[in-house]
Design a protein around this ligand. Structure first.
Ligand code: HEM
Length: 402
């Protein structure tokens, strides 16, 4: 059976209208084309099932876990990655060159494996294999937005879903089942069980089937890599232009607050998907008088809402880290309402929550790159990815200080 890509009605509204719609109980998230990857996950659950699963998985983002992902995992990996690049990535002219797409994705993958509970052995090959599968799985989780033929792409990405299941998820699930059995028999302390997606689901949702478990492992794999990688790269790209026009701000390239503002601004202009897709289960009557009727699949335009002059000022299409927005500077980049991104504090840090500041992965990457003297590579322009999600296929750079 040939599949055609799903069709939806676009809803282009103001920032407030999109907030109101996303918060409405009459809308239900849907992933019409990427259903074999994301169907029956947290992302598309609704009502009580969603609230229960979300509460359970929020444990992965408590203060201690956030600190550990950033300081115990990401920081040392960034250091060793730069060391390695300095040794093996140097060209004959002495300059170290790299592509930011695989570089950021494979670095983030180390957090993902801990968060999901995939046991990656010490062999660097295992991580490289997972990184190579990730590229295809990310296409699978974004099938709504591919520009190619769905019928050609689908069998390929499903094959990589199968390999991810067989080689990574199934062994991890088996190991965790054993650990849980040991704990139940009294041979292991509760505190010695790992804190990860797989363990949480096996412990608290005993009836969960293997396919649902696999898809949750796909959700966390894709949610924790593509979005952050793309945010880092868009920020670097936008800052290149900003520093050309505002040379005085170059002095702030290691400043946490400036970089955080720049990251939020890049996210506003380049949200990870052009729209969030929802089925309307009842009429959604908005305060402005507009109504989205029940029984439709609507794509809520994030790019437009994030450039609403009412919320973001008179020059909403421009990148301006110093923007004085009336609302959160990143707009709807992390969604809004009950499905607001669970990984937000990991990306943007815990500034507002406590004194023990964790920078967030976005600022941590940006600082590391500017410390290493990142520059665009004049010989190799970036290539856009073949999707309407707006990311890059390649983003070559060079590092002056390595
Ligand atoms: C710059 C980085 C990120 C951006 C822009 C982003 C964006 C989003 C958006 C827009 C949604 C809402 C989707 C919808 O309503 O249909 C979402 C949900 C989600 N994100 Fe993120 N995300 C980022 C990073 C992360 C990270 C690092 C993780 C995990 C480690 C993560 C985990 C999730 C999860 C689990 C959900 C589903 C929440 C729910 O449905 O209740 N995200 N994200």
């Amino acid at each position: 059976v040939r599949q055609t890509k799903s069709d939806w009605t676009w809803f282009r509204g103001s920032f407030k209208e999109v907030s109101e719609t996303l918060a409405s109980r009459g809308v239900c998230p849907v992933r019409p084309d990427s259903e074999p990857f994301l169907g029956r996950t947290l992302l598309v659950f609704h009502g009580k099932a969603h609230a229960d699963r979300r509460r359970l998985e929020s444990a992965l983002f408590d203060k201690e876990a956030l600190r550990s992902y950033e300081l115990d995992i990401l920081s040392p990996i960034l250091e060793s990655t730069f060391e390695e690049l300095g040794e093996v990535g140097r060209d004959s002219d002495g300059m170290v060159r790299a592509d930011l797409v695989p570089l950021t994705r494979s670095t983030l993958l180390r957090i993902s494996t801990v968060l999901i509970g995939l046991d990656i052995d010490d062999k660097p090959e295992s991580l490289a294999i997972l990184a190579s599968y990730l590229d295809y799985i990310l296409v699978g989780t974004g099938l709504e937005w591919i520009t190619g033929d769905l019928n050609e792409v689908l069998p390929v990405v499903l094959e990589y879903k199968r390999r991810y299941a067989l080689e990574f998820v199934e062994p991890a699930v088996a190991r965790r089942r054993q650990l849980i059995a040991s704990w139940r028999e009294g041979a292991l302390d509760r505190k010695d069980l790992p804190l990860d997606v797989i363990t949480l689901l096996l412990l608290h949702e005993e009836a969960i089937d293997d396919e649902a478990l696999l898809r949750e492992c796909i959700l966390f794999l894709s949610a924790s890599t593509r979005t952050t990688s793309s945010a880092v790269i868009h920020t670097i790209s936008e800052l290149n232009g900003w520093f050309d026009l505002h040379p005085n701000d170059w002095a702030l390239r290691l400043d946490r607050d400036f970089l955080r503002r720049a990251g939020m601004e890049a996210l506003r202009l380049h949200p990870p998907s052009p729209a969030l897709i929802r089925n309307t289960t009842e009429d959604v009557a908005l305060k402005t008088g507009r109504c989205i009727e029940a029984g439709h699949m609507v794509a809520l335009d994030l790019v437009g809402a994030n450039r609403d002059p009412e919320a973001f000022g008179a020059d909403p299409d421009d990148f301006n880290p110093w923007r004085n927005a009336k609302t959160r500077q990143y707009g709807h980049a992390f969604g809004s309402g009950p499905h607001t991104c669970l990984g937000l504090p990991l990306v943007l840090g815990t500034y507002a929550r406590d004194d023990d500041k964790v920078d967030g992965t976005l600022v941590r990457f940006l600082r590391a790159f500017y410390e290493a003297g990142i520059q665009s590579d004049p010989e190799r322009p970036p290539q856009p990815a073949p999707t309407d999600q707006g990311g890059y296929e390649t983003f070559p750079v060079q590092f002056e200080m390595l």
